[in-house]
Design a binder for this molecule. Structure first.
Ligand code: NAI
Ligand code: MG
Length: 503
């Protein structure tokens, strides 16, 4: 359905530099690539070199209005399409993602600095997985029959909410977008996505690919900055639902604006996720789990990063040393190089923020910060936003490094002696996104799992978002769930009651 005066390649391409250029300067509105009404653009930078790779359309309220109007126009007909047919189209998009995994992986690696082998290609595959999962759920948009009176038929039906505004961040933009767009569409809504200013390209290409399958106006995308482009999307009178992933601070702004219009909002915000390691754990499995849980391969830029690791005292030092050794063996370098495990931080702003936490940790009396791995030696990368992963010990529980979300490759490891004390420490946080427990004593594990304040608790594993498992936090980590059937039904539909009096 795509009207394409804009010269993006028809076939999948493995040249992310050319693709980035081809995707420059446009939103995707009503099935067409269009420049910003203002004509303005902003720079998209390769964080591994500091070089500009594209210029994105700098959207404002006028672009948002055009996108929402098109989405609203398309929504009536989209909602009338049988739900399983909508699902089938989303599943068709999933198949298209599969043939573009390499392309999307390379493009997201270029614009975010996330390593292709360990992160970016994986993310592209997960997008296909999420679309496949939701594509099969059209038939599950079921209502209920409600007992009322013998000659009255009372039923509920699930109806879409209308136009959904989705605001996404830069850390896993393709995946987080898929978690919002797929269920919203299958449920009969149409969508306007506001991409993150640091990573607007790969999501735009996905929008293009999906627009080859979907009717025009069903899935629209604008790029731009938060206050200028995100805020008007939330405030638009025809946007009937907002779904947001990002910082707690911005989440509160979005939530207040949604409250002004009395529309529902789903928020996936930050985390400071504890990992609790008992001495009786399977040491090697837990060690590997600590490396993946902390998302070192994503430079720790994850809301579920195990950024507080509590280790039972008998194995504490051994665990810290073994962890440092493992991270030392990881290769930092060009995100597009297959040998690279760890890429770069997304932006200068985030780079400075992470550095300030590290500097504070290093300057803290009694603390020990071990810088692991090694800075890349390639001169082409000398302006890259690389930060050596840090493992801190000896920090007080009130240290800013232990309490605040760093969103960088920095973890704090602390010893504990008593399960009750470690539970209290783990729960002493404004966040409540995820937690993991590592023990062969399932009695202790399950007991603590029930009492940890988190939306997701895993014992002896710490997987990332998986389609079919509800994902979402408590406390300041957010409101509502994503990734599951429950999430689609609760957050992208409302129930209407219909009664028929047959008496
Ligand atoms: P942010 O929350 O400011 O940005 C996320 C999205 O919200 C972006 O698309 C941005 O343009 C948009 N936005 C910003 N202000 C807005 C407004 N007034 N109205 C509507 N939309 C708006 O996050 P940022 O600045 O990229 O990162 C700051 C911190 O947030 C990170 O250091 C990290 O701690 C946390 N974060 C958490 C994420 C998560 O996965 N939960 C993802 C990204 C960041
Ligand atoms: Mg911000």
């Amino acid at each position: 359905m795509l009207d394409r005066p804009h010269p993006t390649p028809e076939a999948p391409t493995t040249d992310p530099f050319a693709l980035a250029k081809a995707l420059s300067g446009v939103h995707l509105i009503g099935g067409r690539y269009v420049p910003a009404r203002s004509g303005k653009t902003f720079s998209v930078v390769n964080p591994a070199t500091g070089q500009e790779v594209a210029r994105a359309a700098d959207g404002d309220a006028a672009d948002v209005d055009a996108a929402v109007e098109d989405a609203a126009r398309a929504q009536k007909e989209w909602a009338r399409m049988p739900a399983r047919k909508r699902g089938a189209l989303v599943a068709q998009c999933a198949a298209l993602m599969r043939t573009h995994v390499e392309e999307l992986g390379r493009l997201i690696a270029l614009e975010t600095g996330k390593a292709l082998r360990t992160e970016s290609r994986v993310e592209a595959n997960t997008v296909a997985d999420i679309l496949e999962f939701f594509g099969g759920l059209g038939g599950e948009l079921k209502g209920e029959t409600v007992p009322f009176a013998p000659d009255v038929l009372s039923v509920t039906v699930r109806e879409p909410l209308g136009v959904v505004g989705a605001i996404i961040p830069w850390n896993v933009p393709m995946l987080l977008m898929a978690l919002k767009v797929a269920p919203a569409l299958v449920a009969g809504n149409t969508v306007v996505v506001k991409s993150a200013e640091e990573a607007p390209l790969a999501v735009l290409r996905i929008c293009e690919l999906m627009n080859r399958v979907l009717p025009a106006g069903v899935f629209n995308m604008v790029s731009g900055f938060g206050p200028e482009c995100g805020a008007p999307l939330v405030a638009h009178s025809k946007v009937r639902k907002v779904t947001f992933t990002g910082s707690v601070e911005t989440g509160k702004i979005v939530s207040k604006a949604a409250a002004e219009k009395l529309i529902p909002v789903t928020l996936e915000l930050g985390g400071k996720s504890p990992m609790i390691v008992f001495a009786d754990c399977d040491f090697e499995k837990t060690l590997a789990g600590a490396i993946t849980s902390m998302r070192f391969t994503r430079q720790g830029q994850s809301c579920t990063a195990a950024s507080r690791i509590y280790v039972e005292r008998p194995i504490f030092q051994r665990f810290v040393d073994a962890m440092a050794e493992k991270v030392d063996a990881m290769v930092m370098g060009d995100p597009l190089d297959e040998k690279t495990d760890i890429g770069t931080i997304i932006s200068e702003g985030q780079f400075e923020k992470v550095k300030s936490f590290i500097d504070e940790g290093v300057a803290t009396k009694g603390a020990n910060g071990r810088a692991c791995s090694a800075m890349p030696s390639d001169p082409a990368l000398k302006k890259g936003l690389f930060i050596q992963p840090y493992i801190f010990t000896g920090l007080d529980k009130d240290s800013r490094l232990v309490r605040e979300e760093i969103f960088g490759p920095v973890t704090c490891v602390m010893p504990f002696d008593d399960p009750e004390a470690v539970l209290a420490e783990a729960n002493d946080s404004e966040y409540g996104l995820a937690a993991s427990l590592w023990t062969n004593n399932l009695k202790v594990g399950l007991n603590l799992a029930h009492r940890l304040e988190a939306g997701l608790v895993q014992i002896n594993q710490n997987l990332v978002v998986q389609a079919n498992l509800s994902y979402g936090g408590v406390k300041s980590s957010g409101l509502g769930k994503e990734a599951s059937l429950e999430a689609m039904l609760e957050h992208f539909t409302h129930k209407k009651t219909i009664m028929v009096n047959m008496g």
